[in-house]
Design a protein around this ligand. Structure first.
Ligand code: UDP
Length: 476
């Protein structure tokens, strides 16, 4: 079949680094590996995010990838800490996508469009313009099966899901304990749940769904989607497991270069990296315990610190890198002096992928965002699971119980913080214990599998190439 030379596609991500990073990586590969022209539609607001700006205006973006800023949305009406993260995000997307139709016409109607989970207003617009629309699921396949099952659950269950006496049985998949359910479905009466259900219910409208995972990592839910009668009768659109797509190149600032130089001098697998994604923040009390726990563990560490917040666990989600941050003001007195030579503290942001790939990094205390989890596995680094928000508790359960690459610290009953002694214990366990060795061995196996999946004969490579071939067919 004849191939059109350079088909044009559009990609759009919801706000937040955890959405933009994988979709931008996807777009880069379309351009660099397949010669597809991509317009990356960026949802911008009047709130600054240094980390986001750096990413979208990086000089390393390939020729053929154009970042198109949609008209900025004024977020002042939705920036209060009382408004849950997804409600904020969806309100911003709703406003921003009012310009979608005119922007798509302006950039010359693309052949296909790839949208993030929470940008489903695009289905209607693209339908009017006869543009095929694909969805890109930034979380795990397990999350995706839960999402596909949610409309059924919503019809069948009365009352709150978190009050269910038994784990929720997703057809053909591992059950989900009510306490591990994602924040967005813990209170069905609030707007955040309604937004979530609305977007998720539209998933079957997609021409296909890209999943950022691979066959060997999540064989059970992938098999369920392909074979279980429940998913077949939805019907579920074709799925393409194309991961792990993780950030490839990072432009380092001077202080980040310094951090990498320090890492170069440390022994193999000896440094614990502590970072809580783009939004994650600790309460003041928990931050103090974390500092003491790390110090007591006597492990080498790199810790990305942010001003504590007692109001929210994702205080920097929308403005990461631009947050006010003076570690001396909130770390325990004398901490920075005592950890000299052993620990490094970075403010707000770190070159996470470079750190996780470095041979000196031997553990990752992470909030278990899906991108962070993929980056840790791709770096062959075992984890300490410290879930904070969104679907991170589900990810933590999978990483600790199903995959066996993480340990979860225990919070004492009735307490609001994980104590310093417990942090010390898990840090030692991962970095020097026998259990840590077993996890390290397992994660290195998965890392090799990830590289094989992305290889030119691998499953993820083939799935990606298959869709691109469809797009390139001139008569498609
Ligand atoms: N990240 C980073 N440096 C940081 C914190 C986060 O580079 O200091 C990147 C990280 O590598 C990942 C993304 O930000 O690619 C966070 O995505 P994830 O899904 O883990 O969590 P979210 O931020 O969406 O909660």
């Amino acid at each position: 079949v004849a191939e059109s030379s350079q088909p044009h596609t559009a990609v759009i991500a919801s706000p937040g680094l955890g959405h933009v990073i994988p979709l931008l990586e996807f777009a880069k590969r379309l351009v660099s590996n397949y010669g597809i022209r991509v317009s990356f539609l960026s949802i911008s607001t009047n709130e600054a995010s240094t980390a986001l700006d750096k990413l979208l205006h990086s000089p390393t973006l390939p020729h053929g990838l154009d970042v198109v800023d949609l008209p900025p949305v004024d977020v002042s009406a939705v920036t209060s800490d009382d408004i849950p993260v997804l409600t904020r995000l969806c309100a911003i997307v709703e406003e921003s996508l009012k310009s979608l139709k005119s922007v798509l016409l302006e950039i010359g109607k693309p052949k296909a469009m790839v949208i993030d989970l929470f940008c489903t207003q695009a289905f209607q617009v693209c339908n009017e313009l006869s543009i095929q629309t694909y969805s890109f699921c930034t979380p795990s396949v397990s999350f995706f099966t839960f999402a596909l099952y949610l409309p059924t659950l919503d019809r069948e269950v009365e009352g709150e899901f978190i009050d269910l006496p038994e784990p929720i049985e997703i057809p053909g998949c591992s059950p989900v304990r009510p306490e591990d359910l994602l924040d967005q479905v813990r209170d069905r009466k609030i707007d955040e749940y309604k937004w979530f259900l609305l977007h998720i219910s539209r998933l079957p409208l997609a021409s296909g769904i890209f999943l950022n995972s691979w066959e060997e990592l999540e064989p059970v839910p992938l098999k369920a989607i392909r074979e279980h009668p429940f998913f077949l009768q939805i019907p579920t659109p074709p799925i393409y497991a194309i991961g792990p797509l993780t950030k490839q190149d990072e432009t380092l600032s001077a202080s980040e270069e310094e951090c990498m130089a320090w890492l170069d001098k440390q022994p193999p697998d000896s440094v614990l990296f502590v970072a809580l994604g783009s939004g994650g923040t600790l309460t003041a009390e928990q931050l103090t315990e974390m500092a003491w726990g790390l110090e007591l563990s006597q492990q080498r560490f790199i810790w990305v610190v942010r001003k504590p917040s007692d109001a929210s666990a994702y205080a920097t989600f929308f403005n990461v890198g631009s947050d006010v941050n003076d570690p001396k003001a909130y770390l325990p007195e004398g901490f920075l002096g005592r950890i000299q030579g052993v620990g490094m503290v970075l403010q707000s942001w770190a070159p996470q992928v470079a750190i996780l790939r470095h041979p000196s990094t031997g553990g990752f205390l992470s909030h278990c965002g899906w991108n962070s989890s993929l980056e840790s596995i791709s770096g062959g680094v075992p984890m300490i699971a410290w879930p904070l928000y969104a679907e991170q508790k589900m990810n933590a359960a999978m990483l600790t119980e199903d995959i066996g690459v993480a340990v979860k610290p225990v919070m004492e009953p009735g307490k609001k913080v994980i104590r310093r002694e417990e942090i010390e214990r898990v840090a030692r366990l991962v970095m020097e214990g026998e259990e840590g060795n077993v996890m390290r061995h397992r994660v290195k196996e998965l890392k090799d599998g990830a590289y094989r999946a992305l290889d030119e004969v691998g499953s993820s490579y083939n799935s990606f190439a298959y869709v691109v071939r469809q797009w390139k067919k001139a008569d498609n």
